[in-house]
Write a protein that binds this ligand. Structure first.
Ligand code: NDP
Length: 255
């Protein structure tokens, strides 16, 4: 067996930016061979090269989590999988229920819920075979409480949350644990811009006056902490918010 094969393998979806990229960095530093996946291959290749250059083991695999045959082919390409971080996802639009675009809702359900389902189903056999597998689902505080203009995203993140909770019940007794990490306001470079379809001014308003929103690194740190607990310790749910955000609605802004 080569030294490379000896390291536990962590698959991170949505590793081309934000929380996913930061999580790949943390898990590599914690001694995993990280497999970075996302649709933008150039970005994950660059990050994998950076991590490899720093002495870690990292590889990139271009993958759309909504494409089930592609997900199955990806799973078949792995020699092992110890950790799966279902991070790929995001929000599209912030329209009220009365006028929201059903296509936005469909796309959010596709990536946040079905993407997580595809990856989890495809990798569960390998995670079980590892003898100590971990599935992480990056949901959101939006999956725990709703807000005006958030229904499509809130519905999707509730779906991701329910997937995690149900899976934990169903696979109890197997050597796989299920961890949900629910971040509040995280200032990543793309999340709000994607939500508002490239409107950077509107995206900036999300974080306006908030002294210290969470960073991608803050969330990655909590994910890596949960993953690094002994295998019999299951962190069911971590809700992580910046101090300035007491709830989805109650945000302290210094303006
Ligand atoms: P980013 O927009 O920076 O990251 C989203 C990632 O998902 C990108 O790497 C993107 O990569 C990937 N992705 C999107 N669609 C697909 C797809 N179909 N297949 C594969 N990958 C896909 O946002 P964040 O880092 O902020 O968010 C990461 C996760 O955290 C998301 O699930 C988000 O909902 C959640 N979250 C974020 C919060 C925030 O305030 N930022 C708060 C709470 C939760 P690519 O385009 O290259 O495929």
């Amino acid at each position: 067996m080569t030294a490379a094969a000896a390291l536990p393998v962590a698959v991170v979806t949505g590793a081309s930016s934000g929380i996913g990229a930061a999580t790949a960095r943390h898990l590599a530093a914690a001694g995993h061979r990280v497999v970075l996946t996302a649709r933008r291959e150039d970005r994950i290749r660059t990050l994998a090269a950076e991590l490899t250059g720093a002495g870690h083991q990292a590889e990139a695999y271009a993958l759309d989590v909504t494409d089930r045959p592609a997900v199955d082919a990806f799973a078949a390409s792995l020699d092992r999988c110890d950790v799966l971080v279902n991070n790929a996802g995001g929000a599209l639009g912030a329209d009220p229920v009365a006028t929201g675009d059903p296509e936005d809702w469909r796309r959010m359900y596709d990536v946040n819920v079905l993407g997580t389902l595809h990856m989890t189903q495809a990798l569960l056999p390998a995670l079980t075979a590892s003898g100590a597998g971990t599935v992480v689902v990056v949901s959101s505080t939006a999956g725990h409480a709703t807000y005006e203009g958030g229904a499509g995203y809130v519905a999707a993140k509730n779906g991701a949350r329910v997937l995690a909770e149900t899976l934990r019940l169903e696979i109890v007794g197997t050597p796989v644990r299920v961890v949900e990490v629910a971040p509040g306001m995280v200032k990543t470079e793309e999340f709000a811009t994607t939500r508002f379809r490239g409107d950077t001014e509107r995206a900036a308003k999300v974080y306006e006056g908030v002294a210290d929103p969470l960073s991608a690194d803050d969330v990655a740190d909590t994910i890596a902490w949960a993953v690094s607990r002994p295998p019999h310790v299951n962190i069911d749910l971590l809700v992580v918010r910046p101090r300035a955000q007491a709830s989805n609605h109650k945000v302290h802004r210094e303006i």
